[in-house]
Design a protein around this ligand. Structure first.
Ligand code: CA
Length: 223
C-alpha cells in the first residue's frame, strides 16, 4: 500500500509519515499543492492524505483538479477546527473523508484503514461460498435465490469470512479487520454478531457455513 501525504506543516507531516511507515505503509511526502497534484495525477497511490491549507495550490483546488482528470484515488482531507464549510465543500468536491486537526494518530490510522478497505471491497469480484454470494460492489448478499439483508457490521463480518474460506479466524483477527482500533476484545460483541449473521445466512435449514472452533474462533466452510 502506497500513500501520498500532502502537508506543509513539517511537524504534522513527519508525525503522519513516521506513524504510517511504522504500520507498514509506503509513504510519499510532499509539502505543496502543486507537487501534490503532479504526484496525485500519476495515480500510483492507494490513498491521498491532503491538507486544505497548502502553498502554491490549495488542497481543495488540488482535489478538484484530480477529480476533473478522473483520478479516483480516495482522498482524506485534513482541515482545521471550525472550518465546517471547508469540510462540506471538500466532501462535495469528492473527498472521501476528512479529519480535523489536531487529531490522534490512531484516529488517522482508523480512517486510512477504513478508506483502503472500502476501496478494496469496491474493486474485488463476487465472493462465493457454497450457494452464498456476496457482491462487494453492489453490497448484495444472497443464499440460493434468497436475498439477505445485513447491517453494515454484519456485512463487513461476512465479507471477512468469505474472503478467508476454510481459514480459522480468531476473535483478535476478526476485531482487527472488522472493528475499529478502540474495540475492546474482552466483550462478547463478536460472538453476538456471529450469531446474528448465522441466523440470517443459515436460516431455513441450509447447510451451516459458519462453524465455531472452540476456544479459538470461527471458520467458514462447507462440511
Ligand atoms: Ca497547511
Amino acid at each position: 500500500m502506497r500513500l501520498l501525504v500532502v502537508e506543509d506543516e513539517k511537524k504534522v507531516a513527519s508525525f503522519i509519515k513516521k506513524g504510517l511507515e511504522e504500520e507498514g505503509y509506503a509513504v510519499d511526502l510532499v509539502s505543496d499543492g502543486k507537487t501534490g497534484l503532479t504526484m496525485g495525477l500519476d495515480g500510483v497511490h492507494d490513498l491521498i492524505i491532503l491538507d486544505l491549507n497548502l502553498p502554491r495550490i490549495d488542497g481543495l483546488s488540488v482535489l478538484q483538479k484530480l477529480r476533473k482528470r478522473k483520478v479516483a484515488t480516495p482522498v482524506l482531507l485534513l482541515t482545521v477546527r471550525a472550518a465546517i464549510e471547508d469540510k462540506v465543500i471538500g466532501l462535495d468536491t469528492g473527498a472521501d473523508d476528512y479529519l480535523t486537526k489536531p487529531f490522534a494518530f490512531q484516529e488517522l490510522l482508523a480512517r486510512v484503514r477504513a478508506l483502503l478497505r472500502r476501496r478494496a471491497e469496491a474493486e474485488s469480484p463476487l465472493l462465493q461460498v457454497a450457494d452464498l454470494t456476496l457482491d462487494p460492489a453492489t453490497r448484495l448478499v444472497s443464499r440460493g435465490d434468497e436475498k439477505i439483508e445485513l447491517t453494515t457490521k454484519e456485512f463487513a463480518l461476512l465479507a471477512y469470512f468469505m474472503r478467508n474460506p476454510g481459514r480459522v479466524l480468531t476473535r483478535t483477527m476478526i476485531a482487527e479487520h472488522v472493528w475499529d482500533y478502540d474495540f475492546d476484545p474482552m466483550t462478547n460483541v463478536i460472538d453476538v454478531y456471529v450469531n446474528y449473521l448465522r441466523k440470517k445466512i443459515d436460516a431455513g435449514g441450509e447447510a451451516k457455513l459458519i462453524h465455531t472452533v472452540r476456544g479459538v474462533g470461527y471458520v467458514m466452510k462447507v462440511e
